[in-house]
Design a protein around this ligand. Structure first.
Ligand SMILES: *Cc1c(COP(=O)(O)O)cnc(C)c1O
Length: 378
């Protein structure tokens, strides 16, 4: 029987056009782009620069602002640890770090590491709709604050924080702003430069590109210390031989994602709304996070009156979706916990991530599968 893949926040399939763009760079032209003396190497270097330009254009940045990394996890680590280390090196008195409770672990964990190494850390709570209270955020940014890290779109509940207002607060107070945009780039309009985002992380496999590639986009003049030392690639800020096929794939994927973004947003938004209306009609179903400020292809709900483990067991052969708890430990997702959901509620939560390949039939299947499970388990 059919398995509907509705877990596009975990990862997306690599688009066939992206695979085709990558193909020549594995063993056709396999030269190292840093070997500047012969033609294939110069061609590989040129292909890297074309991809760099595409990534830059997608986020309103100059090509020089783009540093290729292995993904958003590494980009976040480079941004946060790199800014902190650069501050230490130049004797910057500001040390404070601020973030939100709903950030990805790839932001929370490097910040916790910095906290253990002498950087005061403030983790702000969420309101029940998943948004940060701006007055509370403003109050947390002081003359000793070095950096604020806020994601553009949440990977569990799809909530979009008010980046325009947040960026303005940072500018006023001289605080650097890092934004984990792994779930936003290629999905929603985002203009980091005009917003005033200083550092932005993105990931290839969240936008129909390959796994193992991403980028940190750094506004010119932002002090950043390398976190990986070696061959001096990426202006000395991220050493390591560039994975040319992956870099080319990221460039192709980001261009493709921009080309069909609006049509995809509209189509998936309509499917998501249909899914939400059908699930809400089951009764005792809570929406996690506001519907107004949200990725159009995300839905996250808590189903009342059912056991979470049995719910997901009932769904797993028909639907590839995520639950609100880590399967191994049963501990609730920190994002749902920040919304006030209990352990039981988190386990009985379903995250739906629709994507480019999602069909109306798959949404019908999801509605039927959840409805049947709820009737059986209640
Ligand atoms: C997936 C994801 C990451 C991690 O990205 P990788 O490229 O897999 O390292 C970080 N942040 C967010 C918001 C994500 O969704």
């Amino acid at each position: 029987s059919m398995l509907a893949y509705l877990d596009h926040h975990a990862t997306t399939p690599c688009d066939p056009a992206v695979l085709a763009a990558m193909a020549p760079w594995w063993n056709g032209n396999f030269a190292n782009p840093s070997s500047r003396l012969y033609r294939p190497a110069l061609e590989a270097a040129a292909a890297v620069e074309v991809a760099r330009g595409r990534v830059g254009r997608a986020v309103d940045a100059a090509p020089e602002a783009v540093l290729f990394t292995s993904g958003a996890t590494e980009a976040n680590n480079l941004a946060l640890r790199g800014v902190a280390e650069a501050a230490l090196e130049r004797g910057e008195p500001r040390r404070g770090l601020v973030t939100l409770a709903s950030e990805h672990r790839a932001v929370l964990d490097p910040l916790a590491w910095l906290h253990r190494h002498g950087f005061p850390l403030t983790v702000l709570p969420l309101q029940s709709d998943g948004l940060v209270a701006l007055d509370r955020l403003a109050a947390s940014l002081g003359s000793d604050t070095l950096l604020l890290s806020v994601m553009a779109a949440n990977n569990e509940i799809g909530v979009l924080q008010p980046l325009v207002e947040i960026a303005a607060l940072c500018r006023e107070r001289g605080v650097l702003l890092h934004c984990d945009a792994a779930q936003a780039v290629g999905h929603i309009p985002l203009e980091p430069a005009s917003l005033g985002i200083d550092l932005l992380s993105l990931s290839g496999h969240k936008l129909y590109g390959p796994k193992g590639i991403g980028a940190l986009v750094v506004r010119p003049g932002v002090p950043l210390a390398a976190q990986q030392h070696g061959g001096g690639q990426e202006r000395g800020l991220r050493a390591g031989t560039l994975p040319v096929p992956l870099v080319v794939g990221l460039g192709a994927a980001i261009e493709l994602a921009l080309a069909d973004r609006q049509a995809r947003e509209q189509r998936l938004g309509a499917l998501r709304d249909r899914l939400w209306q059908a699930l809400a009609a089951l009764g005792d179903v809570q929406l996690n996070g506001t519907l107004q400020h949200r990725l159009p292809h995300n839905l996250n709900v808590t189903i009342g009156g059912v056991d979470g483990t049995r719910l997901h067991q009932a769904l797993r052969r028909q639907l590839a979706v995520s639950s609100g708890s880590a399967c191994s430990t049963g501990s609730p997702s920190h994002v749902l916990a920040a919304l006030g959901r209990s352990r039981q509620e988190a386990a009985a939560s379903i995250r739906f991530g629709l994507g480019r390949g999602t069909t109306a039939e798959e949404i019908d299947l999801a509605i039927a599968a959840v409805s049947a499970a709820v009737v059986e388990l209640r």
